[in-house]
Write a protein that binds this ligand. Structure first.
Ligand SMILES: [Zn+2]
Length: 106
């Protein structure tokens, strides 16, 4: 984060978030598109997404522009694994219930 009150992406306190500054240098001024759904975005609506999920990795090749919906909807590998586990558990319970119902219906 740096003090750059003249920067187009400066916040009201004059600071520019490092990942936004790097992404702005990469993509330039003007209308952007979401890296994931291609919706058009003004910089004020752009969220800068870290491809490798490491918030401190602000190398330009790690940063893409994203709309809020895609940025929030993207799961990290950790979240993805947790979701898979939950889904496997639910399937297991569902199989048990199905077996139980079959037995009761006999
Ligand atoms: Zn999007």
């Amino acid at each position: 984060m740096g003090w750059a009150p003249e920067h187009p992406l400066a916040m009201s306190n004059g600071l520019v978030l490092e990942h936004r500054r790097v992404a702005y240098n990469k993509y330039g001024a003007g209308t952007q598109t979401c890296n994931w759904c291609n919706v058009e975005l003004e910089w004020s609506a752009v969220e800068v997404d870290h491809l490798d999920w490491t918030r401190t990795n602000n190398r330009s090749d790690n940063l893409v522009t994203s709309c809020q919906k895609c940025n929030l909807g993207r799961r990290s590998p950790k979240e993805e694994a947790a979701a898979k586990q939950t889904s496997a558990k639910l399937n297991e319970q569902s199989d048990k219930l199905t077996a139980l119902i079959k037995r009761l219906n006999r």
